[in-house]
Design a protein around this ligand. Sequence first.
Ligand code: G3P
Ligand code: MG
Length: 249
Amino acid sequence: MSYLMPALIGHRGVASEAPENTAIGLKRCKALGIKWVELDVTQAGDGSLVMMHDETLERFRKPTERISKMDREALKQVDAGTWFSPVFAGEPLLFLEEALDLVKTLGLGLNLEIKVNPDLPVEPLVNAVVATEGLDALNRGERLVISSFDHTALAQVARQKSEWALGALYEGVTEQWAESLADFTPYSIHTDFETLTPELAADIRAQYPLYCYTVNDPITFQRLLDKGVNGVFSDRAHAPDMRALVVAG
Ligand code: G3P
Ligand code: MG
């Protein structure tokens, strides 16, 4: 049995080495031998799809600025690098189409996580993601998984793109995990590792590939592999101590 995603997936790019969800982060992934990356995409006030985990600019030391109140031009002015290190000063935010171009050029696989902006409706975000050029080509190349904590968003994707692989995300997975999957069939299940009991892992693995976030140390990684987990999202997906645990990183 082969799986779309490898055992080590770069979380937000390579978040221990470069600012998350940025072009420099993607290039660093490639240079460090990471094969698949997880990136977050959300929607701004003007409908732009921007690669961001958060709904505010707090990470960039502007806590009162909300993405829902910003447009593409304003987002282009954001320095998404200095907060991480002055070495990355001036690194811009990425927009989805730019991220897809870069993923394609670098030959990476992509787990695109749809982050619903709590200030904005879900439907336009999903419609805009689905309509973005480049995703179909990645899917055809078996280099795309779309995920979200919002399973209604995934059901909406499934209605338009039944051929796309979907990853159902959970925070605090429970025995009732399958109940939210009535309206679509996921490719894989993605969950935090803290709440994953051996029983739950076995139950999920009997039906779907299983991935955990965010796993940065080899002891936790090995414990999860022992539970049957297929792979992990890691800020250190390039690190030798993590790679040593899998045959093909
Ligand atoms: O997709 C896995 C992981 O990224 C989910 O959590 O908060 O890091 O986006 P978060
Ligand atoms: Mg994420």
